[in-house]
Write a protein that binds this ligand. Structure first.
Ligand SMILES: [Zn+2]
Length: 327
């Protein structure tokens, strides 16, 4: 049977910040499930199991001292991480480790040919977390850990991470800034939290040229973001030739979000998804793993994530090519 799109949907991801008034709310998971259900996607797609990342796996991208800090903050009943603006509850270490572990399971499924591509409805989000600092609602950087895991466990050499969240993925950028094997591409509103992601931040040392930032003013949308993907990312990928495409899928870049002022529509997210699938088909055997990041308008999150997953589940023109067909 042909491998299909797989989903990581699990109630465990509701438990972080349960009962707390916060925009990064457990109800975001319900919204995604409802959107997928209404689009008829829940029953016809494959599934990915949750699991916890081990300490050793978290250390792929985080420092030992930071792990100790998170554990200490959680155990001492702090309401916030001491490193930054991230609310926590007593289970936050465990649930954040589950988000990273689930992302690695998705990489295993896609790299192992069990799934064609995958979407993980996980929280807390991860892209603001640096090696040594949680911030911006993020505890562990799941997409970064997934990239390292793909390299270590599956022999993947070059990974592309595309971050279309309305906020700049400073943590992901920071972790791979000097690393030529992980290409980080981000479109984000400017100025906006966290204040990084200028166009002249392009990497350092051996990683010079494998970071690409597109800051756009409030009100930007399809023209700017799809344009950056088609006109800048796609040609850059002809040189980089990624073997795996990861998406930091933040839907706070959708029109009507509470924290962002971009104007992407559900159709735009579907087209962005297809553009990235074309890159993946061309270079990476079609392998795409997408992780939920932001998205704070629950209705918008529901419909945009459904449009994204629907596009992932459809075939692209290029996917009928021999290059993209895998066991
Ligand atoms: Zn965001």
């Amino acid at each position: 049977m042909e491998a299909k799109t797989a989903l990581l949907i699990d109630p465990i991801y509701r438990e972080h910040l349960a009962g707390r008034a916060h925009p990064e709310t457990p109800e975001r998971i319900d919204a995604v499930v409802e959107g997928l259900q209404q689009a008829g996607l829940l029953d016809r797609l494959g599934r990915i199991d949750r699991r916890a990342a081990s300490e050793e796996e978290l250390l792929l991208c985080h420092t030992r001292e930071y792990l100790r800090t998170v554990r200490r903050d959680v155990e001492s009943g702090h309401r916030y991480l001491s490193t930054g603006d991230t609310d926590i509850t007593s289970n936050s270490f465990e649930i954040a480790a589950m988000a990273a572990g689930g992302a690695m399971n998705a990489v295993d499924a896609v790299a192992g040919g069990k799934a064609r591509n995958a979407f993980c409805a996980v929280r807390p989000p991860g892209h603001h977390a640096t090696a040594s600092r949680g911030m911006g609602f993020c505890v562990f950087n799941s997409v970064a850990i997934a990239a390292r895991h793909a390299q270590r466990r599956h022999g993947v050499e070059r990974v592309l991470i595309v971050d279309w969240d309305v906020h700049h993925g400073n943590g992901t950028q920071d972790i791979f800034y000097s690393d030529p094997t992980v290409f980080f591409f981000s479109t984000h509103q400017w100025p906006l939290y966290p204040g990084t992601g200028r166009a002249d931040e392009t990497g350092a040392g051996a990683g010079l040229g494998t970071t690409m930032n597109f800051p756009f003013p409030a009100g930007s949308g399809r023209k700017e973001i799809l344009g950056a993907v088609e006109n800048s990312l796609a040609p850059a990928m002809e040189r980089f030739r990624p073997e795996l495409v990861l998406i930091s899928a933040g839907f706070d870049s959708r029109i009507g979000d509470l924290l962002g002022r971009f104007t992407l529509t559900d159709r735009d997210f579907a087209d962005l998804t297809r553009a990235l699938m074309e890159i993946a088909d061309r270079h990476a055997g079609g392998r795409v793993v997408s992780l939920l990041e932001g998205g704070y308008n629950l209705g918008g999150l529901a419909s945009a994530s459904a449009a994204h997953v629907e596009a992932l589940s459809q075939s692209t023109v290029a996917s009928s090519s021999p290059l993209a067909s895998r066991a």
